[in-house]
Design a protein around this ligand. Structure first.
Ligand SMILES: *Cc1c(COP(=O)(O)O)cnc(C)c1O
Length: 393
């Protein structure tokens, strides 16, 4: 099928929930993707912080195909090897003791919300079910996770949303102190806000959040769906803060593009989930967990997180140079390879011009370009994008 007919067909048969540019992506390798006309693009979106090892990584392909030949799926009625190995890796490399696998970020947060409520319900504190979330947060699109999301545009038209969610501004410990109470079961927070505009916590803010949770007896949930698996220059973003959560959710980069989510928790919390209290058909299925395990092994063996730190610092320096040259750049924020560049103009025309010149970038909140390239990105690609932005601006 030719590009034009694919797009025409897509506009007829696919739900109109996405506005897409007039191109069809056919293949990818490393940091580059190609469209059906053979034009190449350096990918600074990476499936929105998903393909951290780049496209078609041979190690991941091998693990996926190897497991596909052995066993696809048998449901969670049975033990399987890759699931246990992946959970062990995550437990050994994080604060957590147990893992629940699912298929997406929203499902991971859904599990976290359910676990937090169940934990207190089971402890005889039935009235403790409220969850405090942050303004401008993003936690997903299911009913519970959109109810937990601090952006009106995500909730519009879906009333009534779920009861029991309160909101305070991000980076405002005083506001949290004023809201948290004996009816709060958990505080849910992204250690760095992603969709909300790439917003980093002030030093010590997350420590204060941890203290407030401890004082009120509430659980702390870190949504690391976007920040997890190396994106910020540490394996998990909470490792920058010196505090650990009780529950953490992962998804995006965990499978390098294969659908997987995970909810991790400390033992005393995780034990609130007994037999039959939560479940999924596909979560933790052998093919996906075998591939995800290989993703984690490669990230560790090839020191991908170190590259992320180095390239993140380099990229940041270059973008600050851009800011010094162009008054339309209002602010550059971020950590590691999760970087936002806020403009005082609409971002979409820039996104389109970048694409015409062979670069995929993403725009959030209308005026902020978000750069989340594969963590294997190099100086050459960063220089090329920055020069392109310099010309466009
Ligand atoms: C992407 C994202 C989600 C939702 O993940 P899905 O897989 O799209 O359901 C939740 N929280 C954060 C922080 C995210 O970035």
């Amino acid at each position: 099928m030719k590009k034009k007919s694919i797009i025409e067909k897509a506009e007829k048969v696919i739900a109109a929930t996405y506005k897409r540019p007039p191109m069809v992506i056919k293949k990818g390798k490393g940091c580059v993707v190609w469209d059906t006309e053979g034009k190449s693009y350096v990918d600074f979106v990476a499936g929105v912080a998903v393909c951290s090892l780049g496209h078609a990584h041979p190690g991941v392909v091998k693990a996926l195909c190897g497991q596909a030949k052995l066993l696809f799926h048998v449901s969670n009625l049975y033990y399987t090897i890759p699931q246990v190995e992946l959970a062990s890796w995550l437990v050994e490399n994080s604060f957590a003791d147990r893992v629940f696998f699912c298929n997406s970020g929203a499902e991971a947060n859904e599990a976290a919300i359910k676990l937090a409520r169940k934990y207190f319900n089971g402890n005889g504190e039935k009235g403790r079910y409220r969850i405090i979330s942050m303004e401008r947060s993003f936690h997903g699109r299911t009913m519970a996770t959109l109810s937990a999301t601090g952006q009106d545009k995500i909730k519009k038209g879906y009333d009534p949303v779920l009861e029991g969610f309160d909101f305070v501004p991000f980076n405002d410990a005083k506001a949290l102190a004023g809201k948290i109470s004996s009816s709060t079961c958990a505080v849910i927070i992204e250690p760095v806000q992603g969709e909300g505009g790439v917003r980093c916590p002030d030093p010590d803010y997350l420590k204060k959040v941890r203290k407030l949770c401890d004082k009120a007896g509430a659980l702390l949930i870190f949504d690391e769906i976007q920040t997890g698996i190396g994106r910020t220059g540490k394996l998990f973003a909470y490792q920058h803060s010196g505090v650990e959560p009780d529950i953490m959710t992962l998804a995006k980069a965990l499978g390098n593009g294969l659908p997987i989510g995970a909810m991790l928790a400390k033992e005393h919390v995780a034990s609130a989930f007994g037999h039959g209290s939560h479940a999924t058909t596909f979560g933790g299925t052998p093919v996906i967990t075998a591939a995800a395990l290989e993703v984690l092994k490669i990230i560790a063996e090839e020191k991908i997180v170190d590259n992320c730190s180095r390239m993140g610092a380099y990229f940041m320096k270059k973008l600050l140079w851009l800011k010094s040259r162009h008054s339309s750049v209002r602010e550059v924020r971020g950590i590691g390879l999760l970087i936002g560049m806020e403009l005082d103009v609409e971002g979409e025309p820039l996104v389109n011009k970048c694409r015409e010149r062979g670069f995929l970038v993403n725009c959030i909140q209308g005026n902020t370009l978000r750069f989340v390239p594969p963590l294997i990105i190099g100086r050459k690609e960063i220089d090329a994008l920055v020069n392109c932005l310099d010309e466009i601006l």
